[in-house]
Write a protein that binds this ligand. Structure first.
Ligand code: HEC
Length: 206
């Protein structure tokens, strides 16, 4: 029997391959099919998202984020295996939170990334208590830059059918929804070396 975990794993491998094996004809076709499926899912999702956003996040606490907010991973600050930035010029505070041995609440403006296409951004306190003021983003990146496919709070699904919030909320409270390897989240079924390849292959860095 093929369980959900196996399907997710295959999806990850497939997705990782699309990122690192770009240029092969078979994958180009597969990519097209995958994009169609994604476009459909996004269309369904943005309807649901519009409702959620109407009731929860507080627009006055929102930090403006557009596609041009997102930059090449190497322009961010590396902390262990991931990257951080701060949209309000408070990089030191974000780095301090990320390097606290017992965890800390990240300051407003924090940008956190593991791979080029998935991002967490911290809005101002009170923006959306359920996600501890984090907004989740799923992007498409290319040499031309970044495109936001999906953004929001508890409803954002990644390309592999995983809900960002559901996974990240499993991190023990002192880690402020940051998973890393041992904070209590379900692991990513994708080996570290593939993550490193994806990080090194960010097409926006050229
Ligand atoms: C299956 C659970 C799961 C899902 C779904 C998931 N993540 Fe993660 N995420 C993780 C784990 C585990 C890590 C840490 C992996 C590592 O350090 O190698 C991680 C790492 C991250 C990081 C780096 C900081 C950290 O928490 O370690 C960001 C940012 C991130 N994910 C954003 C997202 C976004 C945005 C989505 C949805 C578009 C998403 N994730 C979906 C489990 C998940």
């Amino acid at each position: 029997m093929v369980n959900r975990g196996t399907i997710n794993y295959l999806n990850w491998v497939f997705g990782a391959c699309l990122l690192v094996c770009a240029g092969r004809p078979l994958l180009a076709v597969a990519d097209e099919v995958a994009s169609d499926a994604l476009a459909l899912k996004n269309a369904e999702q943005s309807e649901g998202l519009a409702e959620t956003e109407k009731v929860t996040p507080d627009p006055e606490k929102q930090i403006p984020v557009t596609a041009s907010t997102f930059v090449c991973l190497q322009e961010l600050h590396a902390v262990r295996g991931f990257f951080v930035g701060n949209l309000l010029g408070k990089l030191e505070e974000t780095v301090a939170a990320a390097t606290q041995p017992n965890g800390a609440t990240y300051p407003a403006g924090s940008v956190v990334q593991l791979i080029p296409t998935e991002v967490m951004i911290k809005h101002r306190k009170g923006w959306n208590p359920a996600t501890r003021d984090w907004e989740f983003f799923e992007l498409t990146v290319s040499q031309a830059g970044s495109k936001i496919n999906v953004r929001g709070t508890t409803e954002v699904i990644n390309k592999f059918d995983g809900n960002c919030f559901e996974c990240h909320q499993k991190a023990a409270p002192q880690w402020d929804m940051i998973c890393e390897h041992d904070h209590g989240c379900d692991s990513l079924p994708i080996p570290n070396f593939v993550i490193r390849m994806i990080q090194d292959g960010d097409p926006r860095c050229e």
